[in-house]
Design a protein around this ligand. Structure first.
Ligand code: HEM
Length: 547
């Protein structure tokens, strides 16, 4: 914005039909906007021609300025300090390109030596609002490539996503362009829990070379996307893809993958995971959607229903659990069903939360699926499903812990501006106590998460399925309970602002509604806690536990 104005220039625009204001040394023309201002016209007339920064920040978040700036800003004050030529590493700085030194610093494994220096501080620096490796703490897990990816994703999220998320959630849809952009940026290919699949992408991620890709990079993409504080948005992006894609890339036949993966990774096609049924949720082994082999042995004929399937309404492919054999887990097969085969109907379900994720009811009616579309082997789908659960649950954990941080961060910011009984909220010990209880749970859970990601990185697929199933289930329950606690406490801190939708409490209000979408699917808290003990004890018995 090149135009500059003096304070007295702005002061002359002080009428209803000519209404300018100043916010943080920038000048805004609100003449047309005042009629649609949700806070009313009158309140703006009172500050017409004046510096309204203080009033503005009392009622709005940063997101409002980001969204409306391009439309309403007409210039800046001539007294506005010039922007620094080199931006500080802050929440809005541009993604650095890996330098020679950076590349040297990246070791093939994600683990750094103990002597490694901490990374440059990044983000708001509010204690516990980001993981501590963002805030100058030492970490054995993260290096410069992780920091570069973090900055790259954050910049995209802050400029193109966060300001619009409330609007998208209300519309129950995210523009297709955002998913396509995730494909162009190479992010989708990094979210499948496998080595970066270079063979299926046109361009890979800017900040990290594919051979150095690891599960901590994958975590960063999910974590940074989750900062928008919307389960609906995150699930729109990866809720189907991140759990429907891995069985295909890990267990699909080469010809099938060669045909399908490129379109999926570019974002042009979409995939979801269809396991749950009206009558089979956590009890996966008892699903009834049936697939009968045709007489010539070339096709399966699929009939049945699937329920609560994330992204289903938009999907071209359905990674589907079907019954091909007898009762129980040994009669289940995983099939890739394509919408083009015909006989697939999808309808949107109305749910309490995750509105923009497209929760779907699916009906399969005499769908003819070639046998080449089996993922893994016939009647051995249960193992594929179990392997997939660890990846799915890790995704849920990453999201829940970031959402907990969002609740906490929003609360800290709000508590530092809202005054009651002559003090800021943060000056009331009862509020600090709430924040402390949020922070301790977030930090403890995140440390466990880092450790389990490291274990996933080091262990082979089968070892991870056996040995990590228990701890991951335990951490899934721990993180959904943490999320529920943080959403509730944040809501108490925001009061009425988190009861109405939109505005300053928008993220907290939305996340409060999203909690159940995390505590129930992917294994309910009860099942997870029980599994964490059963599985851990079973494996320990096999590996020599002494009682
Ligand atoms: C660039 C200028 C402004 C823009 C783009 C803007 C935009 C908005 C928007 C979108 C909302 C809906 C709530 C939300 O989403 O946060 C809102 C609410 C509100 N605005 Fe503004 N506004 C501006 C300036 C101001 C100023 C200068 C004042 C006060 C003098 C003000 C007072 C309010 C109030 C009181 C509300 C209602 C808050 C609530 O519901 O709790 N606005 N504004």
């Amino acid at each position: 914005m090149s135009k500059t104005f003096s304070k007295s220039d702005v002061a002359s625009h002080n009428k209803g039909d000519n209404l300018w204001i100043i916010v943080d040394d920038d000048v805004y023309d609100l003449t047309k906007f005042q009629d649609e201002h949700p806070g009313g016209k009158k309140i703006l007339t009172r500050v017409a021609g004046k510096d309204a920064s203080k009033q503005f920040w009392k009622y709005h978040n940063e997101g409002i300025l980001k969204k409306y700036k391009p439309k309403l800003q007409v210039g800046s004050l001539d007294s506005k300090p010039k922007a620094e030529p080199t931006p500080e590493p802050s929440s809005t700085y541009a993604a650095p390109q890996p330098t020679k030194e950076t590349k040297k610093a990246i070791t093939p494994s994600s683990a750094q030596t103990e002597e490694a220096e901490p990374l440059e501080p990044f983000g708001s620096l509010i204690p516990f609002a980001d993981p501590n490796w963002y805030q100058g703490f030492h970490s054995p897990y993260f290096n410069e490539s992780h920091a570069a990816l973090r900055a790259e994703v954050r910049q995209w999220v802050e400029s193109d996503i966060e300001p619009y998320v409330t609007e998208w959630d209300e519309k129950k849809e995210v523009p297709r362009e955002i998913f396509l952009e995730a494909g162009r940026r190479g992010y989708l290919a990094g979210l499948l829990g496998v080595k970066y699949p270079v063979e299926y992408v046109k361009s890979s991620i800017k900040s990290v070379s594919p051979e150095h890709w690891d599960l901590f990079h994958e975590m960063i993409i999910t974590d940074e996307l989750s900062r928008v504080g919307s389960g609906g948005f995150v699930w729109n992006m990866i809720g189907g893809f991140g759990i429907g894609g891995p069985p295909l890339i890990k267990f699909g036949k080469k010809a099938l993958k060669d045909r399908i993966m490129p379109g999926l990774l570019s974002g042009e096609k979409r995939i979801c995971l269809a396991i749950t049924e009206p009558d089979a949720g956590s009890d996966v082994a008892n699903l009834t959607c049936e697939a009968k082999l045709s007489e010539d042995g070339k096709h399966y004929i699929v009939n049945g229903e699937k329920k609560w399937i994330t992204n289903g309404i938009w999907c071209d492919y359905f990674t589907t659990a079907v019954r091909t054999g007898g009762e129980g887990m040994n009669g289940v097969t995983l099939l890739l069903i394509e919408r083009e085969f015909g006989g697939v109907s999808t309808r949107r379900m109305d749910c309490q939360g995750v509105w923009s994720s497209g929760t779907t009811y699916i009906t399969f009616e005499d769908v003819k699926v070639p046998v080449e579309n089996v993922l893994g082997k016939e009647n051995q789908g249960f193992k594929v499903i179990m392997t997939n659960f660890n990846h799915e649950r890790m995704g849920i954990i990453i999201q829940c812990l970031r959402f907990s941080r969002v609740c906490y961060e929003e609360s800290v910011k709000y508590a530092n501006k809202r005054r009651t009984f002559g003090k800021k909220l943060i000056e009331h010990p009862v509020i600090r106590m709430k924040l402390a209880h949020m922070a301790r749970q977030i930090e403890a859970s995140y440390s466990w998460l880092e450790n389990l990601i490291y274990q996933c990185e080091k262990m082979g697929e089968t070892e991870a399925m056996l040995r990590l199933g228990g701890p991951i289930a335990g951490l899934k329950a721990q993180s959904t309970l943490t999320f529920e606690f943080c959403a509730r406490e944040a809501s108490q801190i925001f009061g009425g602002l988190s009861y109405s939708r939109g505005g300053q409490g928008a993220k907290v209000e939305r996340l409060y509604r999203d909690v159940r979408a995390y505590a129930i699917p992917g294994g309910s808290e009860e099942i997870m806690l029980d599994l964490s003990m059963r599985q851990s004890l079973r494996v320990a018995k096999m590996t020599g536990m002494k009682l």
